[in-house]
Design a protein around this ligand. Structure first.
Ligand SMILES: [Zn+2]
Length: 498
């Protein structure tokens, strides 16, 4: 491991990092988006990408290797001159072509293609791994992992003269294989770890599985490894993927979608033909409007749409970075999850792993916004329940109340769904400073009930009474029998009784 990646701040499993890229002499702030540059189709020039915010690009080393037009130029001048780009440039190896066209069409040798990537001045090179597609049978996934591992080990032994090395993590949709592949990739001493072959999952909106696959890979890689979610180029997925711990994203989508007159937004994809109003303030949208864009000639329209698509993508990536900085990445994921059911699926899969994401979560943030039933499953709620059992209970008769204090009891603790009970003295500490809706939901009450149960079980000699605002019977039924319950009223609470 060459220690080129440093995590600066955490928000759940999401993180702000710095990736040092020695050959380019630059440090990339992550999470970062890498636009894909096809040397033959430069819809948007790398110079323009840099103006839009690109710190790092990715291009296909195999296409350059095979190209009559660019191979010699790339070898003579180097990639940075060929593309007129001063940031970091990552090269892929042709594994994707291999997976699409097969062994007979694509003949690549890891040593040779890595040497070529080195010779054209790539900053991060990639060996020829085997991208096993989702749903491949287990035997095939296991065999192909062996081949991938051999090539990674071979690559790690080469003298790459300062070029960083990608070590792709494969394993199809098998969590244990992904985890093992992550561990083996990490052990090679490579620098960056692409989670491969997730494109088919993303294309089919199987975001929950994409989250599970990347979490599994990360279990093997460990929290310090920089992770590239290969093919996650739609801006509506960035917050989710970053929250699952991805640091690098690549976008071919900006150009592929533009070619079909598709307009990217953080809420999904629109067809230009259907748009009367453009929900975006970028210069392309401001200058042209929907009618103006449609009126452009094909090539100009494709280029302008691609620029808009990049604008939206970079803006979302900045939003993700700021959200991590502010500690409200999960709020951003919730917002995106409300726009598309596939993102909601992905968010639910992420919350299934709340124990994992809690481990790297910052203990204190500015605020917790309870925005949906899913909020009740956030790591902060779990952490509060874990801590509850250690909080000292001073009285023998304790009231846990969503309403006011009552002096008939030795002590009155506040109860706020989804957290449950806590001493009043903790009211000003995160996450109990949470902003919660007055009209709470069953999931939040059920989570608060789990808190009541945890507290009661940790203090078997104390008599607890819960005063609640019309919690449903099935939630009350989950509480231990010795917790007395008393309703405060039929409806939602009046103003907070704190
Ligand atoms: Zn725009």
């Amino acid at each position: 491991m060459t220690d080129v990646f440093e995590v600066r701040a955490w928000d759940g499993a999401g993180r702000l990092g710095r990736l040092d890229v020695p050959r380019a002499g630059v440090t990339v702030e992550t999470p970062a988006l890498m636009p894909v540059v096809n040397p033959h189709l430069r819809t948007v020039t790398p110079v323009r990408m840099e103006e839009l915010g690109a710190q790092i690009l990715i291009t296909n080393g195999y296409i350059l290797y095979e190209s009559d037009d660019y191979r010699e130029q790339a070898l003579d001048e180097g990639l940075h001159s060929l593309y007129d780009f001063s940031g970091a440039i990552v090269t892929d190896s042709g594994s994707f072509q291999l997976s699409v066209y097969g062994n007979e069409e694509v003949d690549i040798d890891t040593r040779e293609i890595l040497q070529f990537q080195h010779d054209i001045g790539s900053d991060v090179g990639t060996p020829v791994d085997i991208p096993t597609p989702p749903d491949a049978d287990r035997e095939r996934a296991t065999e192909e992992l062996v081949t991938t591992r051999e090539r990674l080990e071979l690559a790690a032994d080469l003298d790459l003269g300062g070029m960083l090395l990608n070590a792709p993590v494969q394993g199809a949709t098998y969590g244990d294989l992904r985890e093992r592949a992550g561990r083996e990739a990490r052990a090679t001493g490579a620098d960056v770890f692409p989670v491969g072959a997730v494109v088919p999952l993303l294309n089919d909106y199987r975001y929950a599985e994409a989250v599970e696959v990347s979490l599994a890979a990360k279990r093997g890689l460990g929290p310090a490894a920089p992770v590239h979610l290969f093919g996650a180029g739609h801006p509506m997925t960035f917050a989710l993927a970053a929250a699952a711990g991805s640091d690098l994203f690549d976008s071919a989508a900006y150009a592929l979608y533009a070619r079909d007159d598709r307009y990217l937004t953080v809420r999904g994809t629109e067809h230009l033909a259907d748009l009367e109003h453009l929900p975006c303030p970028c210069p392309v949208c401001a200058d042209h409007g929907a009618d103006g864009l449609r009126a452009l000639a094909d090539e100009a329209r494709e280029r302008r749409l691609a620029e808009h698509n990049l604008h939206v993508s970079f803006a979302e990536m900045r939003r993700v970075r700021q959200a991590i900085r502010a500690g409200d990445l999960l709020e951003l994921v919730e917002a995106r999850a409300r726009s598309h059911p596939a993102v909601l699926d992905g968010y639910r899969a992420l919350l299934d792993a709340s124990e994992t994401i809690e481990r790297t979560d910052e203990a204190s943030k500015d605020a917790f916004f309870h925005l949906s039933a899913e909020s009740a499953r956030r790591p902060e709620v779990r952490r509060h329940h874990d801590r509850l059992v250690a909080l000292p209970v001073e009285g023998q008769e304790v009231l846990l109340s969503e309403g006011d204090r009552n002096d008939a009891f030795d002590e009155t603790w506040r109860v706020v769904p989804p957290f449950g009970p806590f001493p009043r003295t903790l009211s000003e500490t995160y996450p109990l400073t949470a902003e919660v809706p007055e009209r709470t939901d069953r999931a939040a009450q059920a989570a608060a009930g789990r808190g009541v149960t945890a507290l009661a079980e940790a203090n078997p000699d104390v008599s607890f009474t819960l005063a609640h605002w019309a919690w449903p019977d099935d939630v009350l039924a989950t509480l231990p029998d010795r917790v007395t319950t008393t309703p405060l009223g039929e409806d939602t609470p009046p103003d907070d009784g704190a």
